[in-house]
Design a protein around this ligand. Sequence first.
Ligand code: ADP
Ligand code: MG
Length: 290
Amino acid sequence: SAPLSIVRGAGEAAEKGVLMRTGEAFQGYRVVRQIAFDKTGTLTEGQPRVHEVEAASGDADALLTLAAAVEAASEHPLAEAVVEAAFEAGLTPPDAESFEATPGKGVTARIDGANVLVGSPRFVTESGVDLTSIERQVSELEDKGRTVIVVVRDGEFIGLLALGDAPRGDAAETITRLRDAGVRTVLVTGDNERTAARVARDLGLDEVHAEVLPGEKAELIRNLQTRGRTAMVGDGVNDAPALMQADVGIAMGSGTDIAIDAADIIILNNRISNVAEAREISSEGYRKML
Ligand code: ADP
Ligand code: MG
């Protein structure tokens, strides 16, 4: 059975809204050298909003209608934001046919007989569409921390949307607390380099890995582990393999069931500062035990 101080520490953590699944998690977390954080829904609220709609034709409503028609079938947080923006503008997107999602990149569908693609600038460029005319504008938006998604109809660029997702109020403070405790903090995201760099700079993370595809997150954790014990904090379906690979997996309580099942520690109240708090409690519990 677990030493009393560990049990007491776990109880203290639970009172703060941190569920320690196992005694190993509690002891293992104390000696973690670095913590990898997912961005969307973990360091940020996970409720992006559409901030800008720029149509090549000048008809922003038509662009938003078309984008929402494709995104209606997607469950991605960005897709939900686009559908919400269309709804708020009183628009009625038409039905989509043959919807297809490419994880970490974007979505395609047929709308009123046209092939429509909505996704990251990189995905759009890879699909053979030339985006040099908007390169500058995209970079500027991304440097501000926006995530840009591009809309293409029958191979032609027709506009872009800029979305933003606010960092959680206690995210910066959490990163500072961990750094002061000697823990290295790493951002791991599917989002683009510029947006990721801006978020990392604003919050003070030590290292950034951007444009990490959903299937690559666990491999990245394995690489980080060659430097020392590594925890991973996430919320998405995509994060589950990385949470299992990490020495300690931590899930946000607002996260998907799959992420929660994969985790050793669950932050029930979604307060990211509890990632630092739990580490302090586990160190404290250990000291009491000695
Ligand atoms: P994250 O790690 O932030 O959860 P994802 O791996 O899910 O990111 O997605 C990475 C990028 O792929 C997004 O920033 C976006 O540019 C693009 N993307 C993914 N799904 C969609 C979608 N449904 N609509 C538009 N873009 C998408
Ligand atoms: Mg996420």
